[in-house]
Design a protein around this ligand. Sequence first.
Ligand SMILES: Nc1ncnc2c1ncn2[C@@H]1O[C@H](COP(=O)(O)OP(=O)(O)OP(=O)(O)O)[C@@H](O)[C@H]1O
Length: 694
Amino acid sequence: MPASEADYWEGMEDVTMDDSYPDILDFSNRTSPPFSSKVSNPSKLTSSPYYTEVIRQLRGVFGLHKFRRNQLEAIIEALSGRDVFVLMPTGGGKSLCYQLPAVCASGQTTGVTVVVSPLLALMKDQVHALQEKSVDVFLWNSEASWDEAMQRMRVGPKPSLMYITPEKLKESNVAQNVLTELYNKQQLARFVIDEAHCISTWGQDFRDAYRDLDQLRTRYPTVPIMALTATARRNTVADIIKRLGLRDCAFFTQSFNRPNLRYIVEPKGKNWEGSMMDFIASNHPNKSGVIYCLGRDKCEEVAKKLKDRGFSAEHFHAGMTPSDKDWALDEWRSGRVHIIVATIAFGMGIDKADVRFVIHYTLPKSLDGYYQETGRAGRDGEPADCILYFQFKDFMSIKNMIERPDRDNIQATPESITRQTAAARAVVDYCLNISDCRRIQLLHYFDEKLEEKSCGHGCDNCAHSVPLITRNVTTEARAVVELVRSFQTKKESVTLIQCRDILRGAKTVVVKSKQYDKLQCYGMGQDMPSELLEQMIRRLCLDDILQENPVMQSSGYHTDYVVLGPSAEEFLRSKKVTEIQWRPKAGKTGKTKIQTAPKTSRPKGKQRALPEVDEPIELYEDDPPPIAVLGNVIRCKGDIIPGNTRKSYQVSHHTISGENAGSVEKIGRQNIIIKADPTTIYQKMLNLREEVWS
Ligand SMILES: Nc1ncnc2c1ncn2[C@@H]1O[C@H](COP(=O)(O)OP(=O)(O)OP(=O)(O)O)[C@@H](O)[C@H]1O
């Protein structure tokens, strides 16, 4: 026993335990997080007949001293023979909820705890960890021989836990017979359905073999069931309860807020990959992280780029051989490799405590997925960064993936396409919502309310210092839709960027050669910043008013042309006002992009300058960067005002002057070239950069 019984309650919050379905599905009161150490009914737990053994096993078998929120409650309810539903965020400690009752002899039902889990790798990890604790556990997978299975499950003493995949359970008559035998002898303690969302067609991880788990209740009606998941949407939960036939179940839920995670959405501007690498190098050097990519090739490509930049990185995806996957996972888990670049095949059951960053290189397919994937970060409770790099094009890639047949040439049903597209769209909405707290947006998706102040600047929206502006863009939005319609009528193609350029009255080569400057709407949005115009057009695409259609060119590359979407006519007919919220591009004080320390320390004197200026140094991560240095040339895009001597000039309000300031070669709105001594330029740039970021 610990020094004081109160130790066991430390850090615990209010117990949420509801006993009836209608109530448990009303999450509206799930506010978060109270973080009080008050427990609503501790005496019910401590006076339970199972409590003493539970505490003994917690210490003796698992070597733990305290329970995390809801663990003890779930364990006591399981031991009393009830069905239990545990909804806990990733890393919350779900495994203990069924592993601990499995090693207790005092429960209402005793014998083997059968754990159905979707991933072999996850099961192997858990079995290994339990064996190290001297728990008798059997993993019934394809590697287990018939003899071994018979020996473990029929002849000798029965294991406390038996892990099995849903596929094995479904397909193996032997496994089913063994379960029936155990049932008849009252030797089945309970069924545990881990990652229970896989049973629901609402979940992104739906597994066909999970569907058959609905037969557990019919075949073994007196055996209690425990379902566990970190996927907390109301409809998914209701579906799981219905499919498993859970009755009078004890339901445990808690806040899904992860206060130590910082959520950031970064637009994919020019050189965003470079910025991403700078960010990792500066903020999390030699620390563990995950970068999620959409495709297998992309994972390999990004891992290579990282390695080329001197990072320790490996890729991980479903196309690798099991031994390659195990190797990559082991390297990363042990800390020999810092960054794993993975598809979502890398996820469930990854239990590494010290992951300091999770980066989404491409758009996640759903907010559910995003929450799960970012949930791999900061499981030790220490601060961790979750950065999602966003561009609208990624949504189109996901949409194409959803609509085309999969690797086995199976085409998704229209319902599934609609559902998956809506899920991806919700992620785009999340990215485009630059006003509401990211944490509130995410938790709202899980039907949870959170007060904005709880975020504490823990997301890019809350941390932003530049106020949002709401702009009425009704006229411009209608103009662009009319423009696309007129192109379509003439059977001419136009891209989104060309539409933007026409509206802003740009004098680009294409605009001039195609005489777009003669169009009626040319220059109509010239008082709007070009990023706002672009945001407006993308918003129209997202709302199905416009659509981007990829067309393969003879070069083998494809170009996305804009056409009218299914909601275009309705949009033109209606008198609805179109408003857009946006933030003007931050000046030097308003800059709130992710902080990236300078790549190298400031050179001392002239000797160290040359090697560092081989790569462009960018002051901003915006597209285009207003100023960059390459060799002895400063490249600028934007306004540059020459000073009254050839030895001083201004870039975005900064004056560069002095002996070696260099001479302005060319002046214009774009591509201004200044030749100067590299040391001076480098020094100036570092000074400026520090100023911008301070
Ligand atoms: N009461 C506890 N005290 C200390 N550590 C704990 C406790 N309960 C669980 N843990 C640790 O927390 C980590 C996460 O636990 P676990 O793997 O069970 O989480 P999970 O909820 O199943 O997460 P996921 O959904 O990602 O699988 C593990 O390293 C586990 O040992």
